[in-house]
Design a binder for this molecule. Structure first.
Ligand code: SF4
Length: 374
């Protein structure tokens, strides 16, 4: 059974203190109790390898069932030039998993823009810019946190001003491009989102940041979680959304991945998020993490979710669901009979052609006094 530990931000040892500092002396830096039996067995490298192998086999059966079902058995090293999926590669990140779980029919109608990385924009760039700005500050001011943290907006603007155009630098290249285009509205929206990300991250994790914390995704000493592909040249890439890692990656798995959410709202259940990120991190790193720490910047809260077999299985199922729906999308596209109506129908572009969605919105209890009731 997965253990979810909500941490009261007002409690001693919560926000402002190193978050995973042991509440009791027996916990290690990743918040794990050494006396407790390892929930996925001691062989955390072997468990990650089994996860890769099992998922590669399952995804092979979905993506190229008649082509080369032996790819998974070869440890994901197979591949052929015929591995393309119509409509482009499928990027399996948390938001794709959330979209599939919310309404698979809508996800299937997403097309190339909905199935892959949607591209940089103010909302998609906020976390990446926030991480990069914080990383630059840490790189410039060693040792960690010895100097006060500037106002988050000033921190972000400094980073933006120092950004120079250079190909293949991800979000930095996009920001440099917006600077060159003098796109002030987009830059202002991005800076605001990034500053909010930094403020929430530091609020929850404390400043100086905890010993052993490594921001992911950039910087001089930054660790990177590369996308995992089930086999060579596979049109499927599983991408971790973790923002940081706590503790060193060792064969004993004594590390946690940190997922920072600026807000708590509309981001699915915490356990599903933890399941997806535990699985994506294990696939990418090759070692199962001990825990996933999920934060909420607006509330100043964090929760620690132990990684066990059930959590990894749930994460693998989320990954498989995305790929399955993507394959169905290639074959059948949008099918209203498969739609799952919910409050999300109010904002859905497909509502006009979706009978179940319209019926749901017209049903009893959806409106109160002319306003949506749920
Ligand atoms: S209108 Fe609702 S049920 Fe229909 S596709 Fe959109 S989200 Fe799904």
């Amino acid at each position: 059974m997965t253990q979810v530990t909500a941490v009261d931000p007002a409690a001693p040892g919560a926000a402002g203190d190193p978050p995973l500092a042991p509440a009791a002396p027996r916990c290690d830096p990743a918040g794990r109790d050494p006396a407790r039996r390892d929930p996925v067995g001691r062989d955390l490298v072997g468990r990650a390898e089994r996860l890769r192998h099992d998922l590669a086999t399952r995804l092979t059966a979905l993506v190229r069932p008649a082509d080369d079902a032996g790819a998974g058995e070869r440890g994901g090293d197979g591949g052929s030039d015929g591995d393309a999926l119509a409509g482009g590669d499928v990027s399996v990140g948390w938001h794709a998993a959330l979209a599939v779980r919310s309404c698979a029919a809508r996800y299937r109608a997403g097309g190339e823009e909905g199935w892959g990385f949607p591209g940089w924009s103010a909302p998609t760039a906020a976390a990446a810019v926030g991480r990069a700005a914080l990383h630059r500050h840490l790189d410039d001011d060693p040792p960690l946190g010895i100097h006060p943290l500037p106002h988050p907006l000033a921190l972000v603007k400094d980073w933006m001003r120092a950004t120079r155009p250079a190909p293949d630098r991800g979000v930095a290249e996009w920001v440099a491009d917006r600077l060159e285009a003098r796109d002030a509205p987009t830059l202002a929206a991005t800076a605001a989102g990034a500053a909010r990300w930094v403020a929430g991250f530091v609020r929850v994790l404390g400043w100086p940041l905890p010993d052993g914390l490594a921001l992911l995704g950039g910087g001089r000493d930054g660790a990177v979680l590369y996308p995992w592909r089930p086999w060579k040249r596979a049109p499927v890439a599983v991408r971790s959304g973790a923002d940081a890692r706590l503790g060193r990656v060792t064969g004993s798995g004594d590390f946690a991945v940190v997922v920072h959410r600026p807000t708590t709202g509309a981001d699915g259940t915490l356990r599903d998020r933890a399941a997806f990120e535990a699985t994506a991190a294990a696939l990418s790193i090759g070692v199962v993490p001990a825990r996933v720490v999920v934060t909420a910047g607006d509330a100043g809260e964090r929760a620690r979710v132990d990684v066990d077999e059930a959590l990894l299985d749930a994460g693998a199922a989320l990954v498989e669901d995305v790929v399955r729906q993507r394959v169905i999308a290639t074959e059948r596209g949008f099918a209203a009979e498969d739609a799952t109506p919910s409050a999300a129908c109010r904002r859905c572009d497909l509502l006009a052609g979706c009978g179940p969605g319209r019926a749901w919105l017209d049903g009893p209890g959806r409106w109160r006094g002319g306003l949506p009731s749920r």
